[in-house]
Design a protein around this ligand. Structure first.
Ligand code: ATP
Ligand code: MG
Length: 416
């Protein structure tokens, strides 16, 4: 991509009311545009990051047997009434509207009920199970506060997966495999050391649900961790009883602020019982299906990554989800920079090529703000030596590399 052609440019004029670091940086760098509080547009650079995160999540969900699909955003009132979750007193984030004929509809804030209703048409016997499906979808929630940039939206992107199983054993096997898949997701996007599987409230037949919490000051949650024992407990379930059960004492735990980037939840047979989703087992007995649900906040994850990976100059994207791998900066409009851009792109490297006629200082400032992992600078000075100057965004040192040594392998080594 040529930066001279790129929509957008970096911005200086960002609204003073934008208090969160993630939204400030992403707006200035041209990744997102704020439509209103809690609703952001994803511009070309931002969308590339979203798509990269989705691809990591997709690969890991497929690795445990998930199949991708897409439910509707418009939802029926009757479906939610069966579990008493249409009521605004029960669910306080509903956006609702009506059809021309007066029929009430809701905008999907979650999909457990509609998908379970749908499954009645596809699940009849134990032979139809298990089923593991997932989607990436824009959820709409009338959140009371939306001050954390893309980490808490009124419109946001979620990956939600659902498992329908015959019994607890089948459910547990998938649940355990999904915990591992989630940990691979968070490791691949650069948050391995910051993210903890955390005991939290909820769960229909177990005492706890599991959240995936990432340490960041920008988070809204508080958890208590012990890294050696690999234990993390959400403050909402921190009690003498919990500590005893998990074999840890209060003074072994450190309090940290975190963002919930994902959670997994089991409903046991309860939800399917309420909704009448039954199957006939191998003995001919009719039973409600065993349900699990598994969320990852895709846009919150992107915001969290920016909160964790930035400095005073801008964003520092982890390699796997950077919109481009290389920022090639030409300072003297030289043909050799054009040739290098063509060559690297042909080799399959994702390059943002700063071919603009601008001061070096402004180009470097933009480059630091946008935050691509590897910067390659070509100037009259480097060309004299048949070389380019190379710098990792995450490090301070530059090095001179001869052009003839700048192979795809060399770049991959530098990035790894
Ligand atoms: P929270 O406690 O933060 O409101 P939640 O318990 O409502 O989250 P779920 O309904 O289980 O979350 O949604 C699954 C995932 O979607 C969450 O783990 C989180 O990463 C993300 N998420 C939830 N609400 C929002 C939001 N308003 N904006 C962005 N991401 C969200
Ligand atoms: Mg919520």
């Amino acid at each position: 991509m040529r930066q001279s052609q790129l929509f957008t440019k970096t911005r200086k004029d960002i609204s003073a009311e934008e208090v969160s670091k993630n939204a400030q940086l992403l707006t200035r760098a041209g990744f997102i545009y704020k439509e209103m509080a809690g609703a952001y547009a994803y511009l070309p650079l931002g969308l590339r990051v979203i798509e990269k995160i989705k691809q990591v999540v997709r690969e890991e969900m497929e690795s445990v047997g998930g199949q991708e699909m897409l439910m509707t955003a418009l939802q029926r009132k009757e479906v939610w009434e069966t579990t008493n979750r249409w009521d605004d007193e029960v669910v306080d984030v509903w956006f609702k509207s009506e059809l021309k004929n007066g029929t009430e509809v809701g905008f999907g804030w979650s999909h457990e009920e509609p998908i379970t209703e749908m499954m009645k048409h596809y699940i009849h016997s134990y032979r139809d199970l298990p089923i593991f499906v997932y989607q990436f979808q824009t959820k709409l929630r009338n959140e009371l506060r939306a001050k954390s940039g893309i980490m808490r939206g009124r419109e946001f992107l979620m990956k939600d997966m659902y498992s329908y199983c015959i019994d607890e054993a089948q459910h547990q096997a998938f649940y355990a495999a999904t915990i591992e898949a989630y940990l691979r997701v968070f490791a691949r996007v650069g948050l391995k050391d910051q993210t903890f599987v955390t005991y939290a409230s909820g769960g229909a037949f177990t005492e706890f649900s599991h959240e995936f919490q990432t340490i960041t000051e920008a988070g809204e949650d508080k958890i208590f961790i012990n890294k050696e024992k690999n234990i993390a407990i959400n403050e909402e379930v921190l009690s003498e009883e919990t500590l005893k059960e998990l074999g840890v004492s209060r003074d072994e735990l450190t309090e940290v602020k975190t963002a919930e980037v994902g959670n997994i939840f089991n409903f046991g047979r309860k939800k399917c019982e309420e909704m009448g989703l039954n199957f006939v087992d191998s003995e001919g007995t009719s039973l409600p299906v065993f349900l699990g649900s598994y969320g990852i906040g895709i846009s919150r994850l992107m915001g969290t990554i920016v909160e964790v990976y930035h400095d005073e100059k801008g964003i520092i994207w982890p390699k796997e989800i950077a919109p481009f791998q290389v920022h090639l900066i030409s300072l003297n409009q030289d043909e050799r920079a054009e040739a290098l851009y063509t060559e690297l792109t042909a080799a399959g490297i994702e390059v943002l090529f700063d071919d603009r006629d601008m001061r070096a200082g402004a180009k470097f400032a933009d480059s630091d703000l946008i935050g691509l992992p590897l910067r390659i600078v070509m100037s009259n000075k480097t060309i004299e030596q048949d070389a380019v100057e190379i710098k990792l965004r995450a490090q301070d040192e530059c090095q001179l590399v001869l052009l003839k040594e700048l192979t795809k392998e060399k770049i991959e080594t530098l990035l790894s």
